[in-house]
Design a protein around this ligand. Structure first.
Ligand code: ME8
Length: 523
């Protein structure tokens, strides 16, 4: 049995399946996946939740536009997200859909709890609504011609009965929490943004929409003519996925305060900076209202941009991660996205940068693997010498320490850079040791054994360090070193390799020009 502190629960946003999965969705999901895999490799018991956000007006309108029902559209498109995550080797433990009965039941129980506690009151909303962002705006926020300040699309004027959550009452408690827990919202720039937001009085939150306007949603238990606001419905998925609330029990019996038997609270919610306010203000105050503990951390990453524009489906300039995958392979797409974007900052997607990063895989790591396997094959008939192979042990240990610290600080780009630096260093070691010269001199057989054993040992460590980002290729590389599995992080300094038979094989990451040539030859 793992002790509770060995458990980790991490989440991505649940995406709107009103369009195709794109590179932005892929980035957050791969970021979560790499983190989950690092944690698992460190022996932690991880639960990784992702999924789709299927209710609301946007889904309904898109379905109508396509001549489908909202349910048909969500069935079709959530399957597309699932398939994309399979292709990108995402190792989630649950793919949640907000239309699933257990989620509907948890949302109902959660809202009933707030209602019974007097946290919700009836009121009237008048203002402007952007269905694309699924949010209200006040007149002063709007752009010219009442355009949405976020996406630039037209908003609609609305006046309707709504139920409101007493969010404003939790402003001070939330501020205290953020101040007492400086690491709670990461990175600091995002924390400051939320502190800035909370410097203004916090209004109450409209948590419902009249069914007459938005029929596609979860009815409120005390007034079925109204449905839950899609953001409230969506945020609660994190609790549904944690099994903290048993929806089969009546709300009065719900042990909301005791979540110890469940995965709640989440260790980290990952998301893009676009949806930080909903996660760092709406969500924690809703949890406070319901009497549930807060998530332990919130990480808002930056945006992939093409040129100056943010890249998302509203701009139609989205790059299809699956097309890149067809040409370069899943691991190369994962590598590029995580290596190129410093967690928290924006990054610009360009084919040139993709090739620069791909080149690291082909010419640094791939080259190290090819020459190590090739020389073991050529000089030792493929048998790894039984020598200590400690020539780069200091570097391996230092790399492991950097990786551990970087992962703990969610700086995955630094972790990956450190691993690639180790591969670079090992290539330098080859140049220094000149194994081809050692091979010519029978008196230096022991030196050659040590060189080869050191290189193989470094490659084995690299499979462990890079497996979270390149799971397919690192499993393959470990197998070529005669290992049954990629070593755990804590095992990298005691992997037994001497006597194993290596398999040289094709290049792990063919050079880009080779890929081009292969593509040109294909019928
Ligand atoms: O907001 N760069 O769903 P969504 C990086 N359903 N990440 C990007 C990106 C880009 N250009 N574009 C999108 C929703 N993303 C709600 C969430 S959660 C309870 C409900 C990623 O389909 C990033 O993670 O619009 C962003 O936060 C998310 O997709 C928005 O996905």
């Amino acid at each position: 049995m793992n002790s509770p502190s060995r458990r980790r629960f991490l989440t991505t946003p649940i995406y709107y399946p009103s369009g195709e999965p794109h590179i932005g969705h892929a980035y957050t999901t791969i970021l979560a996946d790499v983190l989950a895999r690092f944690w698992r490799q460190d022996g932690l018991d991880v639960f990784f939740l992702t999924g789709t956000d299927e209710h609301g007006q946007k889904m309904l309108e898109e379905a109508t536009r396509r001549g489908m029902t909202a349910r048909e559209l969500s069935d079709q498109m959530s399957a597309r997200f699932k398939a994309a995550w399979k292709d990108l080797d995402i190792s989630h433990d649950r793919f949640i859909r907000t239309t699933e009965p257990d989620h509907v039941a948890v949302v109902t129980a959660f809202l009933e709890r707030l209602w019974n506690k007097g946290e919700i009151y009836e009121g009237k909303y008048s203002g402007w609504y952007c269905i694309y962002e699924e949010r209200y705006w006040t007149e002063k926020d709007l752009g010219p011609d009442h355009a949405c300040p976020d996406c630039g699309r037209p908003t609609r004027e609305i006046e309707e009965k709504n139920y409101f959550f007493r969010m404003g009452a939790y402003q001070q408690r939330l501020l205290d929490h953020i101040r007492d827990n400086p690491e709670w919202i990461q990175p600091t720039i995002r924390r400051n943004e939320i502190l800035g937001f909370l410097a203004q009085p916090l209004e109450d939150l409209s948590i419902s929409r009249p069914k007459s306007r938005v029929s596609w949603g979860i009815p409120l238990p005390w007034d079925p003519e109204h449905v839950a606001y899609v953001w409230v419905d969506a945020l609660i998925n994190y609790v549904t996925g944690s099994d903290a609330i048993d929806p089969t029990r009546a709300p009065a019996e719900q042990g909301f305060e005791d979540t110890s038997a469940s995965r709640w609270p989440a260790d980290v919610h990952l998301m893009g900076k676009d949806i930080l306010t909903t996660h760092a203000v709406y969500w924690p105050t809703l949890l406070m209202g319901a009497g549930l503990p807060l998530p332990k951390g919130i990480l808002a990453h930056g945006f992939w941009v093409a040129g100056e524009q943010k890249m998302s489906k509203s701009f139609g300039n989205v790059i299809d991660p699956l097309q890149l995958r067809e040409r370069f392979g899943t691991d190369a797409v994962r590598w590029y996205l995580l290596r190129e974007m410093p967690t928290g900052q924006d990054a610009s997607f360009t084919p040139e940068r993709f090739l620069v990063r791909y080149d690291e895989l082909a010419n640094v790591l791939g080259n190290l693997a090819s020459r190590t396997l090739g020389m073991t094959d050529k000089y030792r008939q493929g048998r790894i010498p039984d020598a200590p192979g400690t020539g780069l042990d200091g570097e391996i240990a230092a790399t492991l320490a950097t990786i551990r610290a970087s992962v703990a600080g969610y700086r995955l780009h630094d972790a990956l850079a450190a691993a690639m630096d180790l591969a670079r260093r090992a290539n330098g070691y080859v140049e220094e040791r000149e194994p081809w010269a050692q091979a010519k001199d029978p008196g230096r057989a022991a030196d050659l054994d040590e060189t080869l054993a050191t290189l193989v040992r470094t490659l084995a460590a690299l499979t462990a360090f890079l497996q979270p980002v390149c799971p397919g290729k690192m499993v393959e590389l470990a197998a070529r070193l005669g290992l049954n599995a990629v070593p755990r992080l804590e095992e990298v300094d005691r992997v037994r390799l001497g006597g194993n038979q290596v398999r040289k094989g094709e290049p792990l990451f063919p050079r880009a020009e080779l890929l081009d040539a292969a593509a040109a030859k294909a019928p």
